[in-house]
Design a protein. Structure first.
Length: 367
């Protein structure tokens, strides 16, 4: 059996070698000639699995270490009898923690506490649910929009996009990218949507770049209809729009889901998919685990203000990668490939807290 894998999928090397011949490639090395004799592909979102790549190959399974799958031509795969699998929920906690950390940065910068603000979560799947938990713990009011779920489960608990536009102080997008059908999400955040907003909201896109219309978002920011933007996902990556980069409050190179925990989850899911599909057993699967943090204990003894926020920034501070991207935006893909994956809140123990702080930190996921 032969597997071709993206060589930046973490914690993979040495795990499946006992059961397969594995060839590791850079993303730009995926071609019809390099994958034609592979039985399975392990890919990331940058690896475009198109008809042109796959036609004539013996590939039977594509498994991506990501939630999103718009880099896979699923229509062609269905026609060709190629099974494809994504990793739903693998980095949901990571993305939710990224969003909360970014919102805290903006709140501190504007001297506006998040407590009491209304956040509209558009797309309440794996990521949206995790974000809802964090924002609820933080004392925010939640508006949920998810038309497919509302249709399947009933309207109770969900609101319209119009309601979110009118009532939300913060609007965070967590939908897949779909270009057609009744729930198409391409340019969901367009000029019409921004014109309907009433409270000059903060906008977050940590889903897919084309969920927002870049030109419309730029105009909304310049006109003041939108007061702040957190952009992790961009149209036309890696050739991101420099004007939007300059206008965004937080700008990062599509790394919201890049926690060490999320990466390990994605890799593990890929290997489990291979086990099930080919009827194999990978003995080293339980070795796919993220490394411990350099300092797993966060001590708040000397912290005098914004103590919860400082604990969060010890786990992940979005301003570090924000600065790096602004300094050299042409290195967008390099940052993604060489990113130092942070651990999630659950990897840290916080000490010297009050009982009230401990309760909130536990709700956020800290030990």
């Amino acid at each position: 059996m032969k597997i071709v894998a993206d060589n930046t999928v973490p914690y993979l090397k040495g795990i499946a070698e006992p059961i397969a011949d594995i060839k590791y490639l850079n993303s730009n090395e995926f071609s019809p000639s390099t994958i034609h004799d592979a039985d399975a592909l392990i890919v990331r979102s940058i690896d475009k699995c198109t008809r042109e790549l796959l036609e004539g190959s013996r590939v039977k399974l594509i498994t991506t270490a990501t939630i999103g799958f718009d880099h896979i031509d699923i229509k062609y795969c269905d026609e060709a009898g190629i099974t494809w699998k994504n990793a739903p929920g693998c980095n949901a906690v990571s993305v939710a923690q990224y969003v909360l950390s970014s919102l805290i940065v903006i709140g501190l910068r504007r001297n506006e506490p998040l407590q009491g603000k209304t956040i509209g979560i558009i797309g309440v799947g794996h990521v949206g649910k995790e974000l809802e938990k964090l924002c609820t713990a933080y004392g925010m009011r939640i508006l949920r929009n998810d038309p497919p779920r509302a249709e399947a489960e009933g309207e109770t608990g969900f609101v319209s996009l119009k309601t979110i536009a009118e009532e939300a102080d913060i609007i965070s997008f967590h939908t897949p990218l779909t270009k057609e059908g009744p729930y198409a999400t391409r340019h969901l955040a367009d000029e019409d949507f921004f014109n309907k907003t009433c409270k000059k909201p903060w906008i977050v896109n940590a889903s897919r770049g084309a969920v927002h219309d870049t030109m419309a978002l730029i105009e909304a920011l310049k006109s003041g209809k939108i007061s702040e933007a957190v952009i992790d996902c961009w149209e036309n990556e890696p050739a991101i729009d420099r004007e939007l980069l300059s206008l965004a409050a937080i700008a990062t190179p599509h790394i919201a889901g890049f926690s060490a925990d999320g990466k390990a989850n994605g890799t593990r899911t890929c290997l489990e998919n291979i086990e099930r599909f080919f009827g194999l057993h990978i003995e080293k699967l339980n070795e796919v685990v993220p490394p411990d943090p350099v300092d797993p204990v966060i001590d708040l003894a000397e912290v005098t203000e914004h103590r919860i926020e400082q604990a969060i920034f010890r786990s992940f501070d979005p301003l570090v990668v924000d600065k790096a991207l602004r300094d050299t935006p042409e290195r967008f893909e390099w940052f993604r490939a060489n990113y130092s994956h942070p651990r999630e809140f659950a990897a840290y123990k916080v000490k010297n807290t009050t009982d009230k702080e401990r309760m909130l930190l536990n709700k956020l996921g800290f030990r």
